[in-house]
Every structure is written in structure tokens, then in C-alpha cells.
Design a protein around this ligand. Structure first.
Ligand SMILES: Cc1cc2nc3c(=O)[nH]c(=O)nc-3n(C[C@H](O)[C@H](O)[C@H](O)COP(=O)(O)OP(=O)(O)OC[C@H]3O[C@@H](n4cnc5c(N)ncnc54)[C@H](O)[C@@H]3O)c2cc1C
Length: 444
């Protein structure tokens, strides 16, 4: 029985990353040593009604946390859990900016990918959250101050809370990141906001779900009814896949605005769109695409932003730690931002577990932060950069692919070159986290 006061952990943000951290730490049975509280800005934890893809690394963690059975029950027909013993389809890529599209590759890797509805993933995480972890809604963080008594979190509702370790899992527009970047700087609030402001990838996406039954009616062979599809073209690509046990198709139309990468978005970043906004964008593309574009259900338009690469994910004191999009948001192109958030959460929980098991007189929080930063910052920054590179592959924007516009076939050697580039870009997502975690824990 521990006689030291419990370590107070405050998690800001109850999205996929924040909840995954809470579930991961709860599975380590550390209640005797820590308390965990989650603070979220929203009045109800919810997810946009869209899909999320999972790859073997993310799945392995969910399995480790005891969530596999629940997740498996939500898979669309024909999808199997991504076990590494078998090569499976990751996604199929086509050149689709022509009336008859051409096949680029069936990217197969051990485990393959699976697709789920975001709300289902969140519901499963919440189901596994023990009651000892309290969730405080309507708590929007303004910023924090490090004091001798601990870190003081200031919320817009007027509440202040003290903790010993603060985890900023508050997403793309993270208030935690804003304060962390201001450390040691004499910035005004406006300067701090500007410095931590996300940048535009130069890509707009239209995001919606379609009723699979409607698509099946007009195009029974539509590839997106049964697998993850990437329909590629000049400056545009589409990702589409089945979800909710095959009842819905998740569709993301990605449109690049060349020369705009790295600028700021003025005005709202998410707006409602209509079928008319989309109708002409894919004129002349192959039939699969026409059907997906015509069956839109409440599309929304997102200016996809990313976080300027951070040189550290932790405060100088080591008592504040960023995870997930707050540290390395990169948008949807890898379909793995959620996966990386889950990885961060899992690594951090296990490093904390190791610190506690080390049975030193007090829990060495700065050392936890140091190890977390050492293993996660270079890894996630490189994956975030790789995500932006993928867009250039999908949209024939890399040198050597300039001339493959609408209606122009890719010659065989270019097809193999592109297929190879795509396979190399995602190969890491099947590497087991086990070895990485062992390496991290060995740093203690
Ligand atoms: C169009 C699109 C498609 C995507 N598709 C995929 C995919 O297929 N697979 C995948 O793995 N990833 C995908 N991603 C990326 C993925 O959505 C994110 O990487 C993931 O949601 C990050 O999780 P998070 O917990 O870090 O942040 P979030 O999910 O954004 O959660 C942040 C939480 O913090 C709360 N919050 C925000 N500010 C404050 C504050 N000041 N105080 C308190 N609380 C606050 C919010 O209410 C929210 O609950 C996609 C992204 C986009 C935009």
C-alpha cells in the first residue's frame, strides 16, 4: 500500500487520444498511485458521423487493451481483424480521371486494413472507461500555469484545477500547445495564438457518408462497397470505404489547391456543402466515382490543416505532455492520425506504469516526459510529413508524374513506380508496436 499522495493526472480532451490514454492506463491497475480526470470542452462526447480506418499497429493496441471483441463486432461484412499471419488488401488504387479507369495497385500487406464508424470506436472506448476516471464536460481549457503546488489548469467556465501531470489531448487547435509553445517567450496572447495556429495543407476535403443500398442499386459492382478504394487523378483523389457492417459508405473527396500548402485558413475551416458544390468536380471520371459523387448525404467541406512540426511534445518542466493531433495533426491522408493518437496514448500509459513499478520514492514525471518525447516526437513528426507526401503520390504531383492529367493513361513503368512508392510509404503501419514499446521501456 502506497503512503505517498497519489499522482494527479489531468487529461485535457476526450477524443480518441484522450480516451485511449484513459483506457490504457486503467488496464494497468494503478489506482493506488494515480487519479485520472478528463476535461473536455464539449457538452457531450461525440464524433463526426464518419469513418475511420485501422491498421495492424492501432488494432494491436486496441486488442492489448481488451477491445478487440467489441471492435470486431462492428466490422463490415468480408473484413477480418488485421492479424499479421496473412497478407490482405490494404487498399486498391486506380487512375480514375478518365471515362474508363485503370488499375494501379492492390496494396497488400500483412494484416491489411479495417474500417469502422468513429462513433462506434468512441462508444467502445467509453464502455471500457472505469467509473473511477471522471469525465468533466463543458470544460474548455484557456491555458495553464505551472506553480509550486502543481499545474493550474484554467477553464473558460471559471474553474481552476490543480494536477501533477497534464496531458494535452485537445486536438488540432490545442490550447495546451499554445501555452506550451509560449514557455520562456514574452508573447502576447495574440502572438501565442498565431505561433501555435495550424497551417493549411492546401487541400479541401468534402466528407460525407452514403447509403450503401442506394449505391448498390445503381452500381452493384461499385468497388467501395466492399473495400478501401483510392481513386486518383490530377490534383484530386477520393477515398471511399464501407463501414457500419456494410450499411454505409464513407466518402472523402480531396481537392488540392496548388501553391497553398503552408498558408493560413481565414474564416471557418468546416462549412456545410451541397450536392451542387460537388457535382462538377469529377466530371469525366470513371463510373464508380460518378456514383459516389451523386449519392452525397449532407456533405461538409473541410480545409485540412496540420500542426507545424514541433521540436518537442513536452514542456520544459516535463509536467505537461502533448499527444495525438495536439502534437502532430496531419489530416486524413494516411488515415492514421487516430492510430497515432492511440499509439501515443498507449506508450505514455505504459511509460507511466514503468515509472510507478520502478518503486522510487516519488514518481519521476520529468523522466516520463523525456522518454515519451524521445520515442514519440521523431517518429510522429516523420509520419506526419509522410502523410503530406502521400497526397502528392495520389494526385500525380511528384516529379516525373506531371504529364498524367485527365484522360492520359499511366504507362506500365509509371504504374509500377507509383505502386512501389505507395507500398513503401505505408509499410511501417504493419510493424508491431511491441518492439518499439520494449525499446521505450528499456530507456527507464
Ligand atoms: C477528414 C478526416 C478523415 C480522417 N480519417 C482518419 C482515418 O481514417 N483514420 C485515422 O486514424 N485518422 C483519421 N483522421 C485523423 C483523426 O481524425 C485524428 O488524428 C484524431 O481524431 C486525433 O485524435 P485526438 O484525440 O488527438 O483529437 P480529437 O479527436 O480532435 O479530440 C480532441 C478533443 O479535445 C477536445 N478539446 C478541444 N479543445 C479543447 C479545449 N480547449 N479544452 C478542452 N477540450 C478541448 C475536443 O472537444 C475533442 O473531444 C482523419 C481526419 C480528418 C480531418
Amino acid at each position: 500500500m502506497s503512503t505517498s499522495p497519489k499522482l494527479r493526472i489531468a487529461v485535457v480532451g476526450g477524443g480518441i487520444g484522450g480516451l485511449a490514454f484513459a483506457v490504457a492506463i486503467s488496464k494497468l491497475n494503478l489506482e493506488e498511485f494515480i487519479t485520472v480526470d478528463i476535461y473536455d470542452a464539449s457538452t457531450k462526447l461525440s464524433q463526426v458521423g464518419a469513418g475511420i480506418a485501422f491498421f495492424p499497429r492501432g488494432w494491436e493496441i486496441m486488442k492489448h487493451m481488451g477491445l478487440e471483441e467489441d471492435l470486431e463486432a462492428k466490422l463490415p461484412p468480408g473484413q477480418e481483424k488485421p492479424t499479421l499471419d496473412k497478407e490482405r488488401l490494404y487498399y486498391q488504387t486506380r487512375k480514375s480521371n478518365q471515362s474508363v479507369g485503370t488499375h494501379i495497385s492492390d496494396l497488400k500487406l500483412p494484416g491489411g486494413s479495417v474500417t469502422l464508424h468513429r462513433a462506434d470506436v468512441q462508444t467502445i472506448l467509453l464502455k471500457h472507461l472505469p467509473t473511477a476516471i471522471r469525465c468533466h464536460l463543458s470544460h474548455r481549457l484557456k491555458g495553464y500555469v505551472e506553480t509550486n503546488e502543481g499545474i493550474r489548469l484554467n477553464f473558460e467556465n471559471g474553474r481552476t484545477v490543480l494536477c501533477d501531470l497534464m496531458i494535452g489531448a485537445d486536438g488540432l487547435h490545442s490550447a495546451t500547445r499554445k501555452t506550451l509553445l509560449s514557455e520562456g517567450k514574452n508573447w502576447t496572447e495574440q502572438e501565442a495564438i498565431q505561433q501555435s495556429r495550424p497551417l493549411w495543407t492546401g487541400v479541401h476535403v468534402y466528407r460525407y457518408v452514403a447509403d450503401a443500398a442506394l449505391i448498390r442499386q445503381v452500381c452493384p459492382e461499385n468497388r467501395a462497397l466492399s473495400k478501401v478504394m483510392l481513386y486518383c487523378g490530377k490534383n484530386k483523389h477520393i477515398v471511399a470505404f464501407p463501414m457500419r457492417q456494410g450499411e454505409l459508405v464513407n466518402i472523402v473527396l480531396c481537392i488540392s489547391n496548388p501553391g497553398q500548402e503552408g498558408t493560413y485558413v481565414d474564416g471557418p475551416t468546416v462549412t456545410e456543402a451541397t450536392q451542387d458544390d460537388i457535382a462538377d468536380l469529377f466530371e469525366g471520371w470513371e463510373e464508380d466515382v460518378q456514383v459516389l459523387v451523386k449519392n452525397t448525404l449532407k456533405p461538409s467541406r473541410w480545409a485540412i490543416q496540420y500542426v507545424k512540426p514541433l521540436d518537442r511534445y513536452v514542456s520544459q518542466s516535463g509536467r505537461v505532455i502533448l499527444l495525438g493531433d495536439a502534437a502532430h495533426a496531419t489530416g486524413p491522408f494516411f488515415a492514421n492520425g487516430g492510430g497515432l493518437a492511440i499509439e501515443d496514448a498507449f506508450f505514455l500509459a505504459n511509460i507511466i506504469g514503468k515509472a510507478i513499478k520502478a518503486q522510487e520514492s516519488t514518481i519521476d514525471v520529468p523522466k516520463i516526459a523525456r522518454i515519451y518525447n524521445e520515442v514519440r516526437q521523431p517518429f510522429c513528426n516523420s509520419k506526419a510529413a509522410g502523410s503530406l507526401e502521400l497526397v502528392r503520390h495520389y494526385q500525380f504531383l511528384e516529379p516525373g508524374f506531371e504529364e498524367y492529367g485527365d484522360g492520359v493513361d499511366l504507362p506500365a513503368e509509371k504504374v509500377s513506380e507509383l505502386a512501389k512508392l505507395l507500398a513503401e510509404s505505408v509499410a511501417w503501419t504493419v510493424d508491431s508496436v511491441k518492439l518499439d514499446l520494449e525499446r521505450a521501456l528499456a530507456l527507464w
